[in-house]
Write a protein that binds this ligand. Sequence first.
Ligand code: FE2
Ligand code: FE2
Length: 196
Amino acid sequence: MLDQNKEEFLKIYKENIHRPGSDTLLEWLENSDFFTAPASTRFHGSYAGGLLEHSLNVYHCLQREVHNHAMEDEYTPETIAVSALLHDVCKVNFYKQGFRNAKDENGKWYQKPVYEIDERFPCGHGEKSVIILQSHMRLAENEIYAIRAHMGGFDTSVKGGDRFIGEIFERCPLALLLHVADMKATYLMENKGDKE
Ligand SMILES: [Fe+2]
Ligand SMILES: [Fe+2]
């Protein structure tokens, strides 16, 4: 499944993303844990390859959202691929394998492998993805808005009173659609993982 997903990711990437820097970005992804990382520690996609699977799910969801709102003419296939496939690159090199005590089915304690957060570049979430991507290739304004605001009201800055997410949604429908695609992929399509 992992190999199949990687193949699909590479196909979509190479067919749609052609701007200067996209090749070095892909090289960077290949040399990172992007293709094997989980999507979270305990919730959706908390297994090897979870981040890759999530990125593909969001891509397919975003394509559907754009189609359902008859917005195919507004956004290029490249913009849709960049925004969806790469929205969570902030999670690259972000998790590490750890262990915690757990009981097996016979009640015996054992060391269960789990993922832990090991943040090495603490620059937020959506904004961190934008910073990483921009260090390799130029993003268009609507791609910056979409990736920056993909957490919607769940973005931690909202708690601090920041109103920019709503302002982004008002001027960039793609940002709202990417948020919806991210939510649908997370809550409707992906395994919930181990919540014990
Ligand atoms: Fe995210
Ligand atoms: Fe996501």
